[in-house]
Ligand binder design. Sequence first.
Ligand code: GLN
Length: 451
Amino acid sequence: LSAAELTEASYKRIAETDERIGAFLTLNEEGARARAAELDRSGAEKGLLHAMPAGIKDNIVTKGLRTTCASQFLTNYNPIYDATAAGKLNAAGAVTIGKLNMDEFAMGGSNENSSFRPVRNPWNTDYVPGGSSGGSAAAVAAGQVYFALGSDTGGSIRQPASYCGVVGLKPTYGLVSRFGLVAFASSLDAIGPLTKNVEDSAYVLQAIAGHDGMDSTSAEVAIPDYVSSLTGDVAGMHIGVPKEYMGQGIDPKVKESVLAALKVFESLGATWEEVSLPHTEYAVAAYYLLASSEASSNLARFDGVRYGVRADNPDNLLDLYRKSRSQGFGQEVKRRIMLGTYALSSGYYDAYYLKAQKVRTLIKRDFDQAFEKFDLLLGPTAPTPAFRIGEQIGDPLTMYLNDIVTIPVSLAGVPAISVPCGFVDGLPVGLQLIGKAFDEATVLRAAHAYE
Ligand code: GLN
């Protein structure tokens, strides 16, 4: 197949399905067609992702292609540069089909916080696809693109992957450059692939990983050959199952699928044992304090002056800021900005932000200790399968608890993948495999052997 044919097939599928699903916010038809024609013409060596139709979450900036973060604030924002990850996809030969819907500024876990429209789960359109990378997961699940990039701050790649029955990888913090990712919580944000299978995940990671001088938190580590680490061999691997990830709040049927997956690992020669990550119960509280604090600072740049939508008829400069921000941000974003501003204000800083930072250290230590003994940790990706659209929207606390088993991993900064491990009540559920920092090769190898 030529790049042109693959590109056309992608747009055809989008035309057939996206009215129902709502995965795309902006299509890149002209750009993608020109690019495909150029790839077909060029005699240059083919890249790792040659001609592959890709979708990019709309908080990853793309040169000349509208990037909205699913916010009314950025409906007119056309970036003048590519995020490093987007540039690397281009260099590897991928074709950018368009920009994918998400929760506004990546805040949410159901895609209902998109200011344009919610995304619907391709398996059952009455259900949410998860979030915040819901458009990325749904587009891959619906066969609209070959793979997608998402971002994960507290579970936003893994949880939608679980709900949509696709593979989602959150790399180690710092492995993939954040340059050009519109910041939500800078100490947690990670870009990663959503794919149909683990092999594709390894290919995309190979293309986007690596040190970048444009991101001061980008790690200077050697990038292994992820694809060749997919040997199918997990014999002798020792897996820890955090008991906190299999207890209260986890749907018993989800737990059953995880136990069935453990049987598969046993049959492949791996061993497993229960382990405790004792500070898990504090993770959600610490995360929402830290992530909201960082967000309140990061989102200060949206002032209606430099870029984005500017409110009409302000009385003065302060009024311009106030009006632009009141009109531009949605409810959940405002909730986080207020929470974060409060937590960082003098008099409260020690009680909230500093305390949450200390809890984060304890959570990281839980993982360090577990990894002294285990090669890998395993559990569910989310406590339940997808829920109905509208079911949790009035209840932010319940919504926040959906990330109870992805958030600790984000706080520790370690890599984790979600791979489909069956169906509960007709909806897909995911298995989460968690690795040591920068040991994506083991995570991918185990996921591939299981899949
Ligand atoms: N659902 C979580 C939140 O609302 C995680 C979001 C994310 O990872 N971007 O913050």
